[in-house]
Structures are given as C-alpha cells and as structure tokens.
Design a protein around this ligand. Structure first.
Ligand code: SAM
Length: 231
C-alpha cells in the first residue's frame, strides 16, 4: 500500500517517520527557500522535498555513489561527495564570500555526538543574509545570530523492533529547530527542550538506558587500581 507521503509524489526511500515528513513538507512549502543545504543525502528521502520546494539545493554525503544514483532525478541539486568534516569549512567560506543567502539547513549526516557538533559549529559560521532555519538532530553550539532553539520541535521516535538501519529498542529521529537572523541576539539564549519528560521516560526502556555507564565504569576501575596499589 502506498503511504500518504508517496501519494504526494515523494517516492524515494525516506528515513523519517510521518511527523517529521509532514513537518518538513509544511515548513518548506511555507519558507520556499532560494537555497537549501542538506548534510546526509542517503537515498534522497528528505532531498526530494528540499528539491521540490527550494530553487536550489546543495546536498553533501560521504557516500561517493550518491550523485550517480540521484543526479538525473534532481536538476536543481548540486551534489558534493565527501566527509562533511572536510567539505563544510570550504563550502561555508565559499557561500560567505559570495554573500549567498542560505534559507534552510538540514543536518542529518554523521550521527555521532562529535560529528553532529562539528557540523553545527561549522554551519553556524554561515553569515545570515536574512532569516535562516536550521533543522537538526542532537546537540547544539552557540552563535550570536541564533535567536531561538527548540530541541523537541518534533519529538523523536522509538523503534521497538529492528527497522531499516535502526536497531531494536533504539531511539531515533526528532527535529530540533533553530532560527538565525542577520542581527545579533541581545541577551541570553533560551534553549527549549519541551519534551524532556517524554525523552527520559522512553530512554528508561531503551537500549540507551545505560549510555554513559562505560565512562563511570572506567573511573571506578581507575579508583580501584589506585586503592589496590596502595594496599
Ligand atoms: C540518516 S542518513 C540521511 C537520511 C536522509 N536525510 C533521509 O531523510 O532519508 C545519513 C547519511 O549521512 C551520510 N554521512 C554519514 N557521515 C557523514 C559525514 N561525515 N559526512 C557526510 N555525510 C555523512 C551517510 O552516508 C548517510 O547517507
């Protein structure tokens, strides 16, 4: 059976659940970006929406096979292949030098905490020419041009069973949203996390329940070794 998003003409495999799909379609239909930037093309799921509602898109993925698979489907998309760690600093410099306005950014590439942080930090170097909307997963760095942040703009989901690339009992998805403006923020930045209770309740029953425990174990081992040396 075709899903509702497939009926809207979005046929490519899309690694996002319904809430995120409709949020992305609604946002982009409203924003009508001149230029959008995507980190994490995969099989073109989110790109098919970005390409439909933006005049132009730059999509970055570490997988060199992406352009061969997707280029003929998207005449308004420029594909860049390589690690975002390596590509993004030059891309940001290029866009700033050209004073090219980026209206919409989707960060969905390297999902390690360090990778997400690095992508965000580099992309926050983009000089806003007008309002920019960032949609992303995971943690956040601070720029004076960031005016609003909501980590649970669209809350994430829980895969009880294995699904696509997700393991059973894992937590994925969710959109955080940040709005940047050309003028600097006055005053502190409030980072909203409106669904923290939902996140914590689901985490208790997930495979992430003991994340962080290894660090604790290593510290205890160090302490124990010191005690053993002394006796
Ligand atoms: C979760 S998928 C993207 C899903 C896609 N946005 C969608 O909606 O269906 C993540 C993608 O990021 C790419 N990726 C992972 N690490 C990366 C990195 N360091 N630089 C660039 N792309 C990366 C992977 O190759 C993969 O295609």
């Amino acid at each position: 059976m075709r899903t509702l998003t497939q009926e809207l003409g979005f046929d490519l495999h899309w690694q996002m659940p319904n809430g995120e799909r409709f949020a992305l379609v609604g946002l982009l239909r409203e924003l009508q970006p001149t230029l959008s930037l995507e980190i994490g093309t995969y099989q073109g799921g989110s790109l098919q929406v970005l390409a439909r509602f933006s005049e132009a898109v730059i999509s970055v993925d570490i997988d060199p096979g992406v352009p061969a698979r997707l280029a003929n489907k998207f005449p308004n998309v420029e594909f860049r292949s390589g690690d975002s760690k390596r590509l993004l600093p030059d891309l940001v410099r290029e866009l700033n030098e050209q004073k090219r306005a980026v209206d919409f950014v989707l960060i969905d590439g390297d999902h390690s905490a360090a990778g997400v942080r690095r992508d965000i930090e580099v992309l926050l170097e983009l000089q806003p020419q007008r309002q920019m909307v960032f949609i992303l997963h995971d943690s956040w760095g601070i720029s004076p041009f960031v005016h609003q942040v909501e980590l649970d703009f669209i809350p994430g989901i829980y895969h009880y069973e294995t699904y696509d690339t997700a393991e059973a009992r894992s937590m994925w998805g969710g959109f955080a949203c940040a709005v940047l403006l050309p003028e600097k923020r006055t005053g502190g930045l409030v980072i909203r996390e409106s669904q923290i209770g939902l996140y914590q309740a689901v985490k208790r029953d997930s495979r992430h329940r003991f994340d962080g425990i290894d660090r604790l174990k290593r510290r205890m081992l160090r302490v124990l070794r010191r005690i053993v040396k002394r006796v």
